[in-house]
Write a protein that binds this ligand. Sequence first.
Ligand SMILES: *Cc1c(COP(=O)(O)O)cnc(C)c1O
Length: 409
Amino acid sequence: MARINDNFLKLKAGYLFPEIGRRVTAFTTANPDKAAKLIRCGIGDVTEPIPAAAAQAMHDGIDEQTNRDTFHGYGPEQGYGFLREAIAENAYAGLNISADEIFVSDGSKCDSGNILDILGQGNVIAVTDPVYPVYVDTNVMIGNTGEGDADGRYEGLVYLSCTAENDFVPAIPTEKVDVIYLCYPNNPTGAAATREQLTEWVKYAKENDAIIMYDAAYEAFIQDENVPRSIFEIEGAHECAMEFRSFSKNGGFTGLRCGYIAIPDALTGAAADGSRVSIKQLWSRRTSTKFNGASYPIQKGAAALFSPEGKAQVSALIEHYMANASLLRTACQEAGLTVYGGENAPYVWVACPEGVTSWDMFDKMLNDASVVITPGSGFGAAGEGFFRISAFNSKANVEEVCRRIKEIF
Ligand SMILES: *Cc1c(COP(=O)(O)O)cnc(C)c1O
């Protein structure tokens, strides 16, 4: 008898995006005349073409594969030296992270799930509410939780509420936890964490011998010079944090797949006998066994994002999306709505009018404006009463969404 991993049976059926799909289909079926007008501001995926520098480097990388003299077979599992060095020199300039502390992958979603391979059983895990669902579901799959309740909260996880009162950065927990997932700039709230807030978290992690899993996938969208771009800007973070980054959102690589984790030498965890073990060494070992490296042309393309042309083209992409975010913020404010986020992140997090639920708002935007947004309650109980508008779109679509928002409020 082949037994399955029973933990999978605890997972709630993917509710949010299937339910959005169901309501959108019902709407377009009932209103075929409006189907063509529909604008999707729901999904967290980029829309604009990749930088030309990356495209050229990938073309060159493919050409190399067609010639015996320049052909590349399996590469280093942890990533090519040229990319790890480019990341260390550019993304971590002055932050004391070296190329051998960087592990290149096929994306951050995979990394943030796979990392649980090297952590033990029995850790107390803290996640924010609202949350990027990957952190929760991967912990359910590996057996770090009990059953889920009707609200989708799992027994055994510590949920840290992110509210307007705490600027969507959770208060330090009163209990002891072992692992904390933080994502700033945040998906879905669009909030950024300040230096002071991150300093408090690093202090907590060090005092409690906890590890911070810092997801900085949206680092490139930070506009405010005072907002830290990396957890490693905070003193002491090298001993208590690892950082997940991705080329998906800055370089438009969602369909190409490349990301990385930075794991400092100083980061350790405890073995059963209490001895300290290097997290980097464990991850390197895990990577050699379960991964054969990201694709060579893709790594070439990623490295090109750090060339002078690549950097300028990435900046132009970020400017495009952040201009969209700014338009959406203003339109919602002018419509009398209370708006958060969208200043250092491509997501605008909007409070529903008093007494209106996230799903009510979803239906109103769909039925009255033919615009698809994401209901905040889909990211966790504390997201109720909010909705997320994504700035990942063309400018023309965003301008049209703004016009419709003003019309319906
Ligand atoms: C988009 C996103 C990522 C990036 O995921 P990839 O697998 O690298 O595409 C990581 N974290 C969050 C919170 C995201 O929204």
